[in-house]
Write a protein that binds this ligand. Structure first.
Ligand code: PEP
Length: 254
């Protein structure tokens, strides 16, 4: 990390916790956060708890986001939520293209550009998640997959939007497995993403885009990850569910 981009630590709670534990957790994080001037911290609770969690976070620098959106603002899309709905309950950001959405729920690349665009249009900050499967890595296709996912998700993004866009590199094989990518694998993937951004957008406009690493981040490996030049933060799943593990990650770069 270097380069003037504010470190970003994001906690994806997935389909975990219950209302009481979610509120306890957000209160504890809020109490430890400080004024937020030296880092950005956000949590992504299950959507049914968003309004309550956002109400606790209100007035603090904590960000609160959805784990997914659909690419329409309203309509007959049972089970889905839109950027406008997220905004209305106090969320200011969303994950898009998380590997569990892609690989468990079959969300295709073709949806990603529309989701990122609708988020931006709805004043919701997208964290666009990309990453290769183990088979793709073994077949030496990591770069190709990353670029394909970038092409899809960033298709309708303009230079002037880039300040609001975050990209999370999350190798599928490292998510929830305890197997963290090696520092070299992370550095190589992030360098690929940076280079792709610089060649598809105005170089200066692409500078503020933050690149997060996700995949079994823990208090044990966070500091080394933050030490990599192109890692501007982390997206944390399992370790974001407890203050004992999430707070040391938030504070790892201090
Ligand atoms: C994630 O949910 O994006 C994630 C990286 O999970 P974990 O930290 O548990 O691997």
């Amino acid at each position: 990390m270097s380069n003037g981009r504010k470190p970003y630590i994001a906690g994806n709670w997935k389909m975990n916790l219950d209302r009481a534990r979610a509120l306890d957790l957000i209160k504890t994080i809020k109490g430890r956060l400080g004024d937020g001037s030296n880092r950005e911290v956000a949590v992504f609770p299950p959507s049914v708890y968003l309004a309550d969690v956002a109400a606790v976070a209100q007035g603090s620098p904590l960000g609160v986001g959805g784990q997914n959106i659909y690419f329409e603002q309203e309509g007959s899309f049972t089970g889905e939520i839109s950027p406008r709905m997220l905004r209305e309950v106090g969320a200011d950001r969303t994950l898009i293209g998380h590997s569990e959405r892609r690989h468990i729920f079959g969300e295709p690349d073709e949806w990603m550009g529309r989701k990122v665009r609708l988020a931006l249009d709805g004043d919701i900050l997208p964290v666009y998640c990309i990453g290769e499967t183990l088979d793709e890595r073994k077949a030496n296709r990591t770069d190709r997959v990353i670029k394909r996912q970038l092409e899809a998700g960033m298709a309708d993004v303009r230079d002037s939007d880039l300040r609001r866009v975050t990209i999370a590199y999350e190798p599928v094989w490292a998510i929830g497995t305890g197997e963290v990518a090696s520092l070299k694998q992370v550095a190589d993937a992030h360098a690929t993403i940076r280079k792709w951004l610089a060649s598809h957008f105005d170089k200066e406009a692409a500078e503020p885009v933050r690149l997060l690493y996700g995949g079994s981040v823990s208090p044990d490996n966070a500091r080394a990850l933050f030490g990599l030049e192109d890692v501007d933060g982390v997206l944390v799943g399992g370790a974001s569910l407890k203050p004992d593990t999430f707070i040391p990650i938030i504070e790892a770069d201090i």
